[in-house]
Design a protein around this ligand. Structure first.
Ligand code: WT7
Length: 714
C-alpha cells in the first residue's frame, strides 16, 4: 500500500497564470494535494472515472436517473425534470414512492438483524443501544399507528418535533414519512420560543418532544420548552392539540413541568395500545414534501425549507453512496445533530436508504474528556466519520494527542458546515485519520438537501481548505455583482451560484414562494419568463474563489448571517431577541472571528433614556438571546453603548462595530451622522477586551473583507 503522504505536499501545478506568486503568498498560500490510499480506492463506490462523464452537462438531467435508481419506486416517473414553472423545479414527475419504506422495509430481507442505528448515550456507564432494521421496522410502524390513529394525522399534515439526539427522533421521522406527514424537526438546543415560531409557521397541531436528556454531564429539562413553545405559537395564532412526550429513561420523568391532562401524553403509555401494529406505507408522489427544515435568513422570520420526497431521497442516497462512500457493511458515524440538515440527510435518510449502520451520539464531544469520540470509534468499529470544523478544532485544542491512544481506523472522513483552516485540516488528516482516511470537505446548505461542492474521494485529490469542484451533476459558477463570470485562477472572489437545478434542491420556502424566488433566483435571473433552467442560476449567498484546477474555496456568507459553529443565525433574529429586553432601545449583532467556533456573535445595544449600563443589563440581553433562540446564540459579549454609529438616514452601520469587535478597520465613516461615536465605542470595547486578555489576531484578507462588508446587505 503506498503511503499517500509521500505524494502529498505542495504542488504548484495549480497556480493560475493570472495570479502572481506574490499575491498568493500574501493572501492565500495555495495548498498541495493529498491523495487517497490504494486501499481506499480499491474499495470505493466511485472508483471508475467514467462516472464523471456520466454526470457531465451533456447528460443532464437524465444522469440523475442513476441516483433515483438507488431507490425502490412504487411507480416509475415519466419526466426526470420538469422546468415548466421556474424556478419551482419538479423532479421525477409521475413517480411514487415512500421514504420510510426505502429506509426500512426494503432492507428487511437482507438486513433484519443488522444494526440500523447504534445509539451512544452521553453517560459512559449507560449502555449503548442497538436498533436493528427489524426492530426499527417494528418501532416505526407502532409510532406511525399512534400518529395515524391517536393523532389523526394524514398525508400532507405537518408535525413538529423538538427532539435531541435519541433514537426516538429517527423513529418519529420515519413514522411521519410512512404516512406522508411532513415533519419539521427543530434543533433540540433551540429554545421553546424558537420552536413555537416554527410550530406556528408550519401550522403543526402535534408536537413530539422528550422529558429530558443528557448534555455535558447534566440532565437538561426539555419538556419545559414544550410549554413555552405552545405559548409562543398561540401568540402567533398557532394551535397544538397534542404533545407526545417520549421518556429518556424507562419509568422516570426527568422534567419538573406537569403533564397537561388531555394535551400531553407519554409515548410509552400510548404505544401499549399499538403493539405490533403494522401501518402500510403511503405511496407518495415524488414531488410531495417530505419535511421542512427551518433556517435563518436576513429578516427575522425563519425560512421553512421544504424538501421533496423523491428528489431529496434520491439525492441523499446518491451522494451518500459516492461521496460518503457508504457500503451496507460500514459503521458510519456522522457526529452532527439530526436537528440540522446534516443530520437529516447524512445520519438518517442517506445512510438508512443505503441500508448501512448509522451511529448516533447523544452528547457533547468532550464529555467526559476529549478522548470520548475516539473511544466510541474504537468500541463500535466506526469506519467512516463525519463532523464539523468547530468540533475538530475543539478536540484538537483539548486533546491533540488523544486519537493516537485509540485503535480505531477510519477509511473516510467528512468536514462540513464552515470553512476549515488548512492547519486544522492537517490535524484531522494526520492525527484523527492517521494518514489513512480520505477526507471530503463538503460544501452545501440547508436549502440544498445534499452536497454541492466536494471531491469524489477516490477520484479527485484532496486540497486542504478547498471543498473541491461541483459534485456530480452540479455545475457551480462564480459571478461578480454584474453577473459576469469570475474566471478560475483570477484570485478574485465573487458570489458562488449553481447554474442548474439538482434533485436535492428545496422546493420552496414554506408558505413564502415569493421570498424563495427573490432570495435565491432574482439576483442572476436572465429572463423571468424563461422556462429554460439555464436562465435561472441559484444564488447560494456565499463568497467563493475558484482555482485553476476547478476547486472552490468557500469564504463565507455574503448576507447578514453569522455562522456560529457551522450553523447560521440571522442577524435580524438575534437583534429582535435583544429588543425583547424592555430597556433596550437599539440592537446590532456582529460576527467576531473565533478560534474554536468559526464565528461568534457580539451584541451591541443602546438603552432607552433613564437606564444605565450594568453587568446585570448585559446579562439580561444575553439571557434574552438564549431564551428566544437558544444557547447557541449566546453572545460572546454584550456591549452597552451610548449610541450606535448611524448613517444620516438612521441605518446602523454594522460594519463599523464589526470592525471594532474584530480589532480591524472601521472603514470610511465620513457618511455617518455621528462619526464621533466610533472612537468612544472603540475605546470602550477594545479596552475591555484587552483587560480580558482578548487581543484579537491579525485577520486574513478574506476575513477582513467579510468583516468590512458586514451589514452592507441592509
Ligand atoms: C452555510 C450553510 C451544510 C449543512 C450544514 C450547514 C457554510 C457549509 C461548508 C464548507 C465552507 C461551508 C456556507 C453555507 N458552509 N459547508 N464545507 N466549507 N463553508 O448548513 O446552516 O444551512 O449553513 O454554511 O456558508 O452557505 P447551513
Amino acid at each position: 500500500m503506498p503511503n499517500e503522504r509521500e505524494s502529498a505536499g505542495p504542488s504548484n501545478s495549480d497556480q493560475g497564470s493570472e495570479v502572481s506568486e506574490a499575491q498568493i503568498a500574501v493572501h492565500w498560500r495555495e495548498e498541495g494535494y493529498y491523495y487517497p490510499t490504494a486501499k481506499f480506492i480499491g474499495q470505493a463506490n466511485a472508483s471508475d472515472p467514467a462516472i464523471r462523464e456520466r454526470f457531465s452537462e451533456e447528460h443532464f438531467p437524465e444522469c440523475f436517473r442513476e441516483y433515483a435508481d438507488l431507490l425502490d419506486w412504487d411507480q416509475y416517473w415519466h419526466t426526470t425534470l420538469d422546468t415548466s414553472n421556474p424556478p419551482f423545479w419538479k423532479w421525477f414527475v409521475g413517480g411514487r414512492l415512500n421514504a420510510s419504506y426505502n429506509c426500512v422495509d426494503r432492507h428487511l430481507p437482507k438486513a433484519r438483524n443488522r444494526a440500523a442505528l447504534i445509539w451512544v448515550p452521553e453517560i459512559e456507564s449507560e449502555e449503548t443501544r442497538t436498533v436493528t432494521y427489524g426492530e426499527l421496522y417494528a418501532r416505526v410502524n407502532e409510532f406511525a399507528a399512534v400518529l395515524k390513529d391517536f393523532c389523526g394525522l394524514k398525508a400532507g399534515d405537518r408535525i413538529t418535533f423538538h427532539m435531541p439526539m435519541v433514537p426516538e427522533l429517527p423513529v418519529a421521522m420515519l413514522a411521519a414519512a410512512r404516512l406522508g406527514v411532513i415533519h419539521s424537526e427543530v434543533f433540540g438546543g433551540f429554545s421553546g420560543a424558537a420552536c413555537g415560531d416554527r410550530i406556528a409557521d408550519s401550522d403543526s397541531h402535534v408536537l413530539v418532544t422528550i422529558d429530558g436528556y443528557w448534555r455535558n454531564g447534566q440532565v437538561s429539562d426539555h419538556k419545559v420548552k414544550a410549554d413555552e413553545a405552545i405559548a409562543r405559537a398561540a401568540e402567533l395564532g398557532g394551535r397544538i392539540d397534542k404533545v407526545l412526550v417520549w421518556r429518556r429513561k424507562q419509568g422516570e420523568y426527568l422534567s419538573d413541568t406537569p403533564m397537561v391532562p388531555g394535551r400531553d401524553f407519554f409515548v410509552d403509555d400510548l404505544l401499549k395500545d399499538y403493539k405490533d401494529r403494522i401501518v402500510e406505507p403511503v405511496s407518495m408522489p415524488a414531488e410531495a414534501p417530505l419535511f421542512l427544515m427551518y433556517t435563518s435568513g436576513t429578516t427575522g422570520r425563519p425560512k421553512g425549507c421544504q424538501h421533496s420526497t423523491g428528489g431529496y431521497l434520491a439525492y441523499v442516497a446518491g451522494t451518500s453512496k459516492f461521496y460518503q462512500d457508504i457500503h451496507p457493511e460500514d459503521t458510519y458515524w456522522c457526529f452532527a445533530d439530526i436537528g440540522w440538515i446534516t443530520g437529516h440527510s447524512y445520519i438518517v435518510y442517506g445512510p438508512l436508504a443505503l441500508g448501512t449502520t448509522s451511529v448516533m451520539y447523544e452528547g457533547v464531544p468532550t464529555y467526559p474528556d476529549a478522548g470520548r469520540p475516539w473511544r466510541i470509534a474504537e468500541r463500535l468499529g466506526v469506519t467512516t466519520f463525519h463532523t464539523a470544523p468547530t468540533t475538530i478544532r475543539m478536540l484538537r485544542k483539548l486533546g491533540p494527542d488523544e486519537p493516537t491512544k485509540y485503535r480505531y481506523s477510519f477509511k473516510h472522513m467528512t468536514t462540513v458546515g464552515e470553512p476549515i483552516e488548512p492547519e486544522v485540516w492537517r490535524w484531522y488528516y494526520d492525527v484523527v485519520g492517521k494518514g489513512e482516511a480520505a477526507i471530503v470537505d463538503t460544501w452545501w446548505q440547508t436549502e440544498n438537501g445534499g452536497f454541492l461542492g466536494s471531491t469524489l474521494p477516490a477520484l479527485q485529490p484532496m486540497k486542504p481548505g478547498s471543498c473541491g469542484p461541483g459534485v456530480l451533476g452540479v455545475y457551480p459558477v462564480i459571478y461578480d455583482e454584474n453577473g459576469d463570470e469570475v474566471p478560475a485562477g483570477s484570485g478574485r472572489a465573487g458570489n458562488i451560484c449553481i447554474r442548474n437545478p439538482w434533485p436535492g434542491i428545496f422546493q420552496t420556502i414554506w408558505n413564502q414562494p415569493d421570498r424563495f424566488v427573490q432570495l435565491y433566483y432574482e439576483k442572476y435571473n436572465r429572463d423571468k419568463n424563461s422556462t429554460d433552467w439555464h436562465d435561472w442560476p441559484y444564488f447560494a449567498g456565499d463568497g467563493a474563489m475558484k482555482a485553476t484546477d476547478g476547486y472552490f474555496r468557500i469564504l463565507g456568507r455574503v448576507d447578514d448571517v453569522v455562522n456560529v459553529a457551522g450553523h447560521r443565525l440571522g442577524t435580524k433574529e438575534l437583534e429582535s431577541a435583544a429588543l425583547t429586553v424592555p430597556e433596550v432601545a437599539e440592537a446590532a449583532a456582529v460576527p467576531v472571528i473565533d478560534e474554536l467556533r468559526g464565528r461568534v456573535v457580539e451584541m451591541y445595544v443602546s438603552l432607552k433614556p433613564g437606564y444605565s449600563a450594568s453587568a446585570e443589563m448585559e446579562d439580561k440581553v444575553s439571557k434574552a438571546l438564549e431564551i428566544q433562540i437558544g444557547k447557541i446564540a449566546r453572545p460572546k459579549s454584550v456591549w452597552i453603548v451610548p449610541d450606535m454609529p448611524k448613517t444620516r438616514s438612521g441605518k446602523i452601520m454594522r460594519r463599523v462595530i464589526a470592525g471594532i469587535s474584530n480589532f480591524g478597520e472601521v472603514g470610511d465613516i465620513s457618511t455617518l451622522a455621528n462619526p464621533d461615536i466610533v472612537d468612544t465605542i472603540r475605546h470602550h470595547v477594545q479596552a475591555k477586551k484587552l483587560a480580558q486578555g482578548d487581543v484579537g489576531r491579525e485577520l486574513t484578507k478574506e476575513e477582513r473583507e467579510e468583516i468590512e462588508a458586514y451589514g452592507s446587505a441592509d
